[in-house]
Design a protein around this ligand. Structure first.
Ligand SMILES: [Ca+2]
Length: 212
């Protein structure tokens, strides 16, 4: 019984921790070659992202992205973005992205960066300062993964500073031309408070006592 209870706790905690709020953030669902719940825009090359089913990090699909220019001068609302999800004011979250560089073309401009960030409904047309520094790939002169490396996860913890409501993930390219990478997945997960974790665990133990 102890073994079963321990298994239940592990399952429950891991299930809670993996509750990704980003719609189709794991890129598992596609319709006619387009990832569900994503609007593709900005300098993404026509036809991308592609569904990748052989080289995946989790599940059965990843998304292969390619850019042909710099998104710096483009209105953020025209860039690639997820469908909306809800964030709660004052709640702590983890923003995470797992990616794998496939190709790189130096622009000679200097640092090459791909950003993943969040924009809320009350923030208007600007990058949210709480999450704007999740850079997927800096380029050759940084100690970041480069072509040939396996999937790498980068993440940051933030507290949502805006009013509770709708938010979107934006993917933003800066100084990054002709480069390709796989992303699988992008996630936003709430950080469980110790109290709610204890209540959850107590519920699991109570359930185990009744059942066995
Ligand atoms: Ca996936």
């Amino acid at each position: 019984m102890k073994k079963v209870t321990a298994m239940l706790v592990v399952l429950c905690v891991s299930g809670f921790a993996s509750a990704n709020l980003v719609p189709n953030g794991n890129f598992e669902n596609w319709t006619t070659g387009v990832p569900d719940s994503w609007t593709i825009g900005g300098k993404v090359v026509s036809g991308y992202p592609l569904q990748e089913t052989a080289d995946v990090n989790e599940g059965t699909s990843a998304a292969e992205w390619k850019w042909d220019g710099n998104d710096n001068s483009i209105n953020i609302n025209d860039m690639s973005k997820s469908d909306i999800f809800t964030l709660v004011s004052g709640q702590e979250y983890i923003l995470s992205a797992t990616y794998k560089p496939l190709a790189f073309t130096s622009t000679g401009i200097g640092e090459t960066e791909l950003f993943v960030g969040i924009v809320g409904s009350s923030s208007g047309n600007y990058w949210n300062k709480a999450t704007d520094n999740l850079k997927l790939w800096y380029g050759h002169d940084e100690s970041e993964p480069s072509v040939g490396d396996d999937y790498t996860t980068v993440s940051l913890t933030f507290t949502w500073p805006e009013t509770s409501g709708a938010a979107r993930i934006f993917i933003f390219n800066r100084y990054w031309r002709g480069a390709r990478l796989l992303i699988d997945p992008i996630s936003v997960t709430p950080v469980p408070e110790p109290v709610s974790l204890l209540i959850m665990l107590a519920g699991v133990f109570g359930f185990a006592r009744r059942r066995w």
